[in-house]
Design a protein around this ligand. Structure first.
Ligand code: HEC
Length: 105
């Protein structure tokens, strides 16, 4: 299997992991724990958090964007992106974080 095909399979796995009815349903509580550990130094992860970087969007504001979807967020987390460190997240962890953020809508 080529690298490219494998990557597509990985991404499809993310989508199915995010679906709420699937057996692999994402775990928003676990996502909250991960977000507090990995993301809270820069983002406001939960209501009531007092410290974060000024120019970084809070997760609640990310969740309320009109174009928000958990699938896109999970993709975003698994792809390298400028301005944010790369996290050693598995695809199920990325799906859990995406589920947590969508629960903030
Ligand atoms: C070192 C600081 C830092 C950490 C840690 C960090 N982020 Fe970010 N994040 C940023 C910055 C800065 C931006 C704004 C990027 C921009 O404006 O281009 C951002 C933007 C985002 C966005 C919005 C992207 C968009 O479409 O505008 C999301 C979603 C996001 N981060 C999720 C996360 C998650 C989930 C974690 C934890 C796994 C995390 N971030 C950890 C700094 C960080």
């Amino acid at each position: 299997m080529s690298l490219h095909v494998r990557r597509i399979c990985l991404l499809l796995g993310v989508i199915s992991g995010v679906g709420t009815s699937s057996a692999l349903a994402a775990d928003a509580d676990h996502g909250a724990d991960l977000a507090k550990r990995w993301c809270a130094s820069c983002h406001v992860v939960a209501n009531g958090q007092t410290q974060a970087s000024a120019d970084v969007p809070s997760f609640a504001s990310v969740a309320r964007r009109p174009d928000f979807s958990p699938e896109r967020l999970a993709f975003f987390l698994l792809d390298p992106h400028p301005k944010m460190p790369n996290f050693p997240l598995s695809r199920s962890e990325a799906a859990d974080i995406a589920a947590y953020i969508s629960s903030l809508r």
